[in-house]
Design a binder for this molecule. Sequence first.
Ligand SMILES: C[S@@+](CC[C@H](N)C(=O)[O-])C[C@H]1O[C@@H](n2cnc3c(N)ncnc32)[C@H](O)[C@@H]1O
Length: 270
Amino acid sequence: MAVRLDRTAKQRLVDEISHWHHAIDLGDDVVTPGHKTPHHFYDELRRLRLPDMANRSVLDIGAWDGFYTFHAEHAGASRVVALDHYVWSVDLRKAAEYTTRQHTAGQPIRAFHTVKDLWDPVGLPGKRGFDLAYRLRDSHAEVVVDDFMTMALAKLGTFDVVLFLGVIYHLEEPLRALRRVRQVTREVAVIETEAVLLPGQPDQPLWQFVDAAQLNADPSIWWVPTIEGLRAMCLAAGFSRAEIVAGPPPPEELRRRQSNNYRGVVHAFC
Ligand SMILES: C[S@@+](CC[C@H](N)C(=O)[O-])C[C@H]1O[C@@H](n2cnc3c(N)ncnc32)[C@H](O)[C@@H]1O
């Protein structure tokens, strides 16, 4: 049911959430203080080149705070499903404290689900932001709390558009993941990822293994593909066509950023 609150009440509820990943517009000039800012989303939306979602069914795998779930609803999608489980099960305040503690002590950062007190798949402390935004936006999206890699896909059905944004590099088995994405896709899957440009091998279909929290101090990142590696793997997973819609930035920009990594996007068609 719609919740009608004034600006001050909304802002108070937003401030009670310890960590926001997404900047989400809740009306009355209240925008959640997401790590991904409105500026970030402006840029990301340009790179994603999302297909028309009006009157289409949309699955948002790895929804987190729900920016893309709500975006699909706003775009007129006929059915929207938000699916997540990992960060929803993490106490993000304690996880941030744990990360700082380990970093300061020069100790390795372990995957959050293996650390006592951080993991609560029943209470779902990391879902509080999503739940609040869902209520305040009067969302009607269906919400599924499950692991996309182990759940019965028949439970989901199939979707015209599948959003698989920032998820694949967290998964131990990317090819199996893409096969599962293919299973639930009727038209197009939008796959966004951390990607790497390997000097001298721009067109090679490679996947770089990332071990021991080497990237962003995040122990849940396993694989970073070249964009051609992602495109080729989409075809191997059963998509009939895969198109790179955001590839490597110009070399001077990578030099300026002192990194060969960037965010890439592939549209994979059935
Ligand atoms: C980097 S965040 C991306 C969030 C959002 N899609 C975006 O682009 O801003 C990765 C998300 O994938 C989710 N995730 C990771 N493994 C998953 C799995 N096996 N099943 C469902 N969600 C998963 C995490 O919980 C997290 O919300």
